[in-house]
Design a binder for this molecule. Structure first.
Ligand code: GRF
Length: 208
């Protein structure tokens, strides 16, 4: 059997997308193994969850290592130390600098709770409600030098219902996030993603 790929997951909080990815790897839906979970927040609840799965964790606090570049250098070092092939941002609340993007070009994925390019940034479920769109959703994309901007791998649309609050909408979007993030990472390790400019093509599955 060929060697499994290795995924480094960056979190800042609850870590439900991280858990879903780890479960996907452990269940064999994704042909990879979790290499490390790194948090910039020492109190992130996801750290405990990762430890329960037996996944190595690292805390690299941006409050302790203040200069942005210096902090990122530590993150890059940890990702290499744990031999990560792919980096998955999963609720990681730090903007990446070009240094990190170049180090892992086309190998950093992010999950965002809107249908990009609509509503990049923060509090996007509330923004979708305030704007009055009838559908929102989520996007898995490759990270480039701009925030919430790189080539789109997978999206799922979620209808906005009468009486929705930011929380109720976020909960329905989150279910779809867990599904499409696993799909995108699985496709990556099946070698089926082909990036052309800002378009990601998905190749047919090869027979086993
Ligand atoms: C998710 O909604 C994700 O799309 C956004 O931050 C949230 C993180 O949730 N980037 P979790 O930590 O994965 O539970």
């Amino acid at each position: 059997m060929s060697e499994l790929g290795r995924v480094g997951i960056l979190i800042s909080g609850r870590g439900s997308n991280m858990v879903s990815l780890v479960e996907g790897m452990r269940a064999g839906e994704i042909r990879a193994e979790p290499a490390v979970v790194i948090s910039n927040e020492p109190a992130a609840a996801g750290l405990q969850k990762a430890a329960e799965f037996g996944v190595p964790t690292e805390v690299i606090s941006h409050k302790k290592i203040k200069p942005r570049k210096e902090h990122e250098r530590h993150v890059i070092e940890a990702l290499h130390k744990h031999r990560a092939d792919l980096v998955c941002l999963a609720g990681y609340m730090r903007l990446l600098s070009p240094l990190m993007v170049q180090e892992f070009r086309n190998r950093i994925f992010n999950i965002h709770p809107s249908l990009l390019p609509a509503f990049p940034g923060l509090d996007v479920q509330q923004k979708a409600l305030d704007y009055g769109v009838k559908f929102s959703g989520c996007t898995v994309h490759i990270v480039d030098e701009e925030c919430d901007h790189g080539p789109i791998i997978r999206q799922a649309a979620v209808p906005i219902l009468e009486g929705d609050t930011a929380d109720s909408l976020a909960a329905r979007i989150l279910e779809q996030e867990h599904r499409i993030y696993k799909e995108a990472v699985a496709l990556y390790f099946e070698g089926r993603l082909r990036v052309e400019g800002r378009v990601v093509h998905i190749d047919e599955a090869r027979p086993e």
